[in-house]
Design a protein around this ligand. Structure first.
Ligand SMILES: Cc1ncc(COP(=O)(O)O)c(C=O)c1O
Length: 398
């Protein structure tokens, strides 16, 4: 048997009851989709605004492909940068209220590349202070550096301040947080973080993967959400990272900030330097997505109307949606086996939510995570609530 250790790995997954078959979508990503051959209400995608199948994105992608070809042909710094990539970066900077932006092939590449480029590979020369519940791609980025690591308790400003005090004396101090937390759907207090960080001479980084296209005016993200409330200015936040793959419906990650920041990253961020550029069609579709969110603000409004309806429905039924403040609505179950059984029964009854267990969330906090989109109809959401009620009662979750 070639590489017998692989059999051990697979057997171990099966023994722990966490081995899964790949779930497969049989058709487009829609609010009601065919998943593994069965039509279900799809409450698992990150396609917040339904842009993955929006006619304007599809048209832009096809036209750009006809005009410029299917592939970029090189990494960005060699000769993979097409004028359409530059246009997208200009548009993203405008969208996020910053001087400049730089696009990476994926959000994970943007996080890893940027964190590594900004922090030293000399042991403990720099420091990074990271929220306890930050996304895996941030954790990976931090692990690529030799910065001294501090983890602050989730959204706990007193603990952040304590860690800022401890970290004094390092060459650079980065404070990094998700804008919207992907497993709980709560919002980081960027305004308070910015104030604290200023006092201690650090700089700030927010991962807005789940806020872009979702939060703030026209879905401009978490910084704009607090700017709109008069609690901070754009200049108070140093680095805004976002993805083009969730609310904006296509593919990619980006970093927004000063021109100096993106100039530095162009020369130092390894996933930018050593990975082929997006096909032009991807850049064109992302530009179309920005056009849609700017010209059709009702999409973001509908997303929030649907979110309020669905989450109120869940709460009225007695489900625990934890700290959620956004369309990410976890239904906390606690027990891992019960959570996975809940997910299976929901699917059989016609709703696709995803069971999430340790280590993605702490032990005892297993949940089925649902995500509301702007394209769900009220009928679909009500039907999903009816199914949640039926299965939740059967399983004595409510
Ligand atoms: C918070 C967060 N950051 C980064 C990423 C990575 O983005 P991408 O899928 O574009 O690589 C994700 C999810 O995919 C995410 O949820």
């Amino acid at each position: 048997m070639p590489m017998p250790f692989l059999q051990d790995e697979v057997d171990d997954l099966k023994k722990r009851g966490v081995f899964t078959e790949q779930r497969v979508l049989n058709g487009p990503q829609l609010p009601t989709s065919v998943i593994d051959g069965k039509e279900v209400i799809n409450m698992s995608s990150n396609n917040y605004l339904g842009l993955a199948t929006h006619p304007r994105l599809k048209k832009a992608m096809i036209e750009a492909t006809e005009k410029w070809g299917a592939g970029a042909g090189a990494v960005r710094p060699i000769i993979g940068t097409n004028e359409i990539h530059i246009e997208l970066e200009k548009r993203l900077a405008e969208f996020k209220g910053t001087e400049s932006s730089l696009v990476f092939v994926a959000g994970i590449a943007a996080n890893r590349g940027t964190i590594q480029a900004l922090l030293s590979n000399k042991q403990d020369e720099d420091a990074v202070i990271s929220d306890q519940l930050n996304h895996a791609s941030i954790i990976d980025g931090v692990r690529l550096t030799k910065a001294k690591r501090y983890i602050f308790n989730h959204c706990d400003m007193a603990d952040l301040e304590a860690k800022l005090k401890e970290a004094q004396g390092h060459r650079r101090i980065m404070v990094i947080t998700d804008g919207v937390f992907s497993m709980d759907g709560d919002i980081a207090p960027l305004d308070e973080i910015a104030k604290l960080v200023k006092e201690y001479g650090a700089f700030t980084f927010a991962d807005d993967a789940h806020a872009s296209g979702v939060l703030g005016p026209n879905g401009r993200g978490t910084v704009s959400h607090f700017v709109e409330q008069g609690k901070m200015e754009y200049e108070d936040w140093d680095i805004q990272m976002g993805t083009l793959s969730k609310g904006l419906g296509c593919l990619g990650g980006y970093i927004c900030g000063t021109r100096n920041l993106t100039d530095h990253l162009r020369h130092a961020a390894r996933p930018f330097l050593f990975s082929t550029a997006h096909p032009p069609g991807v850049a064109a579709a992302c530009i179309a997505a920005l056009d849609v969110v700017m010209e059709e603000p009702e999409l973001v409004e509908t997303l929030w109307k649907n979110t309020d309806f669905f989450k109120k429905g869940l709460k009225d039924l007695g489900f625990d949606t934890g700290r959620s403040e956004t369309p990410i609505a976890p239904i906390i179950v606690g027990d891992e086996a019960k959570t996975m059984e809940f997910m299976r029964r929901l699917y059989d009854a016609g709703v696709m939510g995803v069971g999430i267990v340790f280590p993605t969330v702490p032990r005892g906090a297993a949940r089925v995570r649902t995500i509301v989109t702007a394209t769900h109809t009220m009928e679909e959401l009500q039907k999903a609530l009816d199914i949640f009620e039926k299965i939740g009662k059967q399983m004595e979750i409510v």
